[in-house]
Design a protein around this ligand. Structure first.
Ligand code: IPE
Ligand code: IPE
Ligand code: MG
Length: 247
């Protein structure tokens, strides 16, 4: 049997805790989101250096529209700013960007910024970075089902898989959530069926290389059974021979 792969091929992250990071410093919440972009840049580089092939991050959920108006507009501004600043760097680092989510609800300026960033990085092959923006796992299942219905295709698992927003990458191996909460908050509901879950108490702006390494090390200690038994995977010691009765 070949040695188990210890570096996950695909890592997905709910980047949570920006607001609390800022509030603890008596700063406006959007300052936490700005720091969150710095943390994402560090994480992208760390993942590429460790041989991770795909990184998928949750940046703005379908439900985040319900936040105060100034925070929502601050996040939209930050996205535009980050696109302008980060794309040349991603380009130099060989990172291919994909934006995943409902684009209809976004302004024309943002939509064209996303399309330009995707086109500019389309030939990069070192790391795929999926940024889920205006994304929800339920939206994804519903849009995939609607696509199939429009094509007259039955909603089989395979057809749904192919119609989902992350059809261009395999399912995540490791699902990390920072910020201490232990919930999915509508992220990758379909694709994380067999992902290993890792919850970190670190707030996203504080999630550094050491924290990433801790998550990857924990992943390396997990046994992924996909419904099988340990023995089937060749990981279970043979049962001890029954002891000789002496009495
Ligand atoms: C995650 O951080 C980023 C977004 C949801 C955009 P939060 O803003 O949720 O930070 P907390 O959870 O309030 O600390
Ligand atoms: C999930 O975090 C969304 C993102 C990280 C983009 P939230 O902060 O929105 O999740 P809840 O509200 O605590 O479940
Ligand atoms: Mg949060």
């Amino acid at each position: 049997m070949s040695a188990p792969r210890t570096v996950p091929h695909h890592i997905a992250i709910v980047m949570d805790g920006n607001g609390r990071w800022a509030t603890r410093r008596f700063l406006p919440r959007v300052a936490g989101h700005k720091q969150g972009v710095e943390s994402l840049r560090r994480c992208v580089k760390a993942c590429a250096d460790r041989g991770v092939a795909v990184l998928t991050v949750f940046a703005f959920s379908s439900e985040n529209w319900n936040r105060p108006q100034d925070e929502v507009s601050g996040l939209m501004e930050l996205l535009v700013l980050a696109l302008g600043r980060e794309v040349p760097r991603l380009q130099a680092d060989g990172v291919r960007l994909h934006f995943v989510g409902e684009r209809q609800g976004l302004s024309e300026r943002i939509r064209s910024g996303l399309a330009q960033a995707e086109a500019a990085t389309a030939h990069n092959t070192r790391l795929v970075l999926n940024v889920c923006f205006n994304y929800g796992g339920r939206w994804d299942v519903a849009q995939a089902a609607a696509k199939l219905a429009a094509q007259g295709l039955p909603p089989t698992e395979l057809n749904l898989d192919r119609a989902m927003a992350l059809a261009h990458v395999p399912d995540p191996d490791l699902f990390i959530r920072t910020g201490g909460e232990q919930r999915m908050s509508n992220f990758l509901l379909w694709q994380s069926a067999y992902s290993e879950l890792f919850f970190s108490d670190r707030l996203w702006p504080d999630f550094d290389e050491a924290a990433l390494d801790e998550a990857i090390a924990a992943f390396g200690r997990r046994e992924r059974r996909f419904g099988q038994t340990s023995a089937q995977l060749g990981n279970e010691a043979a049962p001890a021979a029954p002891r000789q009765q002496t009495a």
